[in-house]
Design a protein around this ligand. Structure first.
Ligand code: FES
Ligand SMILES: [Fe+2]
Length: 432
């Protein structure tokens, strides 16, 4: 009883020793624990090695390190592959390339001490006068793991009221047949769309409903000026292109973090295995030009330390428009071939986003149109990558996109992510 009282008292503070997990329960897969109201992960960086303890979130994009893996005696974040040694020091940021050194803020601040004693792992979050954990007289009771939802600042989630003043996709035009109706979800509300003689009507009344480029769009309230910036698609109507929509997918993730991933080059080698981490995960410089309601980013994909002898061969252009619209185009200047991907996101409910994806292809001027097999292969690639992104986010469980830049840690490869946060912060604050 006396020990339980002492433990209860100790757990209201962050000083002292906290029993957090049975030693046998900790292996090379991170285990979430709580000590003094703080969230940590425990892990053995090598099989049978000593236990290390780290704060529960990666400092880069605040993703839970329970999803991390152990690689060569380090802990590796699953999103962009940053690696941390047993002291929490960040020893690798792959997007910086082999010559880059991680910024000091990338280091994790581990607890003051971690000890394996009496069959348990004990943490002391802060310096304590007692050198070693006490011997318990009865089985210790670890405290609950703190809820992971709090990312420490304002978040853009799917129910943010600032999203009411923007246009959102709610259906593909072909899903709403003449004379037909559809029930859709947007920002936590239900709306009914009806196609009547040549137009689309919505109930209950909304700020606007319209049809653009094969998509029905809805603005719950009067759209803000910047929210009307078009996402131009010169590929549509260009006879050198063929294209197709993928069947819309439903994702159990807020739209903000998912769109951030679509604009993010650094996760590609880690999540999609395009190029191995050990080969060339360096992200070439990206040139971002901010525009009303979004930005355009251009990146020479072959501006790596080892460009092909004939010079740059692929240029990526990303066009982003608030709140959740993006066109990703890759040009091959030598042949004129183009591959374009469009993602539009519908924030349905707090934990549900509908994803619309379109693929457009051209073999280049003077060349035959890509055939059905080439289009089917491109669609298959895109569908596979989307499935990997959705699987990643199912693991990460991010509740929204942080809107205050200092909550996260940005490196040069994050230029698009920074511009995305700025545009969304402006939108929901009614600026622009
Ligand atoms: S490396 Fe952890 S979130 Fe980017
Ligand atoms: Fe991806």
């Amino acid at each position: 009883m006396a020990l339980q009282w002492v433990m209860a008292e100790v757990q209201r503070t962050t000083t002292g020793w906290f029993p957090v997990a049975r030693a046998t329960a900790v292996g090379t897969t991170p285990v979430p624990v709580g000590a003094g109201g703080r969230a940590y992960v425990l892990v053995r960086l090598r099989p049978g090695g000593e236990v290390s303890a780290f704060p529960a979130r990666c400092p880069h994009r605040l993703v839970p390190l329970t999803a991390a893996t152990t690689v060569d005696g380090t802990l590796q974040c699953p999103y962009h592959g940053w690696r941390f040694d047993g002291d929490g020091r960040c020893v690798d940021v792959p997007s910086l390339g082999p010559a880059g050194s991680p910024p000091p803020r990338a280091d994790l601040t581990p607890p003051w001490a971690v000890e394996e004693r009496h069959g348990w792992v004990w943490l002391a979050p802060e310096r304590t006068a007692v050198a070693l954990p006490p011997r318990p007289v009865s089985p210790p009771e670890p405290e609950p793991v703190p809820a992971p939802a709090d990312l420490g600042g304002p978040l853009l989630d799917n129910l943010h009221p600032g999203l009411r003043h923007a246009w959102h996709p709610v259906a593909l035009s072909r899903e709403l047949r003449p004379g037909g109706w559809l029930m859709v979800r947007l920002l936590g509300r239900t709306w009914v769309l009806r196609r009547t003689a040549g137009s689309v009507a919505v109930e209950p009344p909304a700020g606007g409903v319209r049809e653009r480029g094969g998509v029905v769009e809805l603005a719950p309230a009067e759209p803000a000026g910047s929210a009307d910036a078009p996402l131009d698609l010169p590929e549509v109507g260009d006879r050198r292109f063929v294209g197709d929509w993928l069947a819309p997918e439903r994702a159990a993730v807020p739209a903000g973090p998912l769109l951030d991933t679509f604009l993010d080059a650094a996760h590609v080698p880690v999540v999609h295995g395009v190029g191995r981490l050990t080969a060339d995960p360096e992200v070439p410089a990206v040139d971002v030009v901010e525009e009303p309601g979004g930005f355009t980013a251009v990146q020479d994909l072959d501006a790596s330390p080892h460009p092909p002898p004939a010079g740059p061969s692929r240029v990526a252009t990303s066009v982003y428009r608030v709140p959740f619209r993006v066109r990703l185009r890759v040009d091959c200047p030598r042949t004129g071939a183009v591959r374009t991907l469009v993602h539009l996101l519908q924030p349905e409910d707090a934990d549900s986003t509908r994803v619309y994806t379109r693929v457009l292809l051209s073999a280049g001027p003077g060349r035959p149109l890509p055939g059905p097999d080439a289009l089917a292969a491109a669609v298959g690639d895109v569908r596979g990558a989307l499935a990997e992104d959705l699987e990643l986010h199912a693991q990460l469980g991010l509740p929204g996109l942080p809107l205050r830049p200092r909550e996260e840690l940005h490196v040069p490869a994050d230029a698009c992510g920074v511009a995305l946060r700025r545009a969304l912060a402006d939108l929901v604050a009614g600026r622009g």
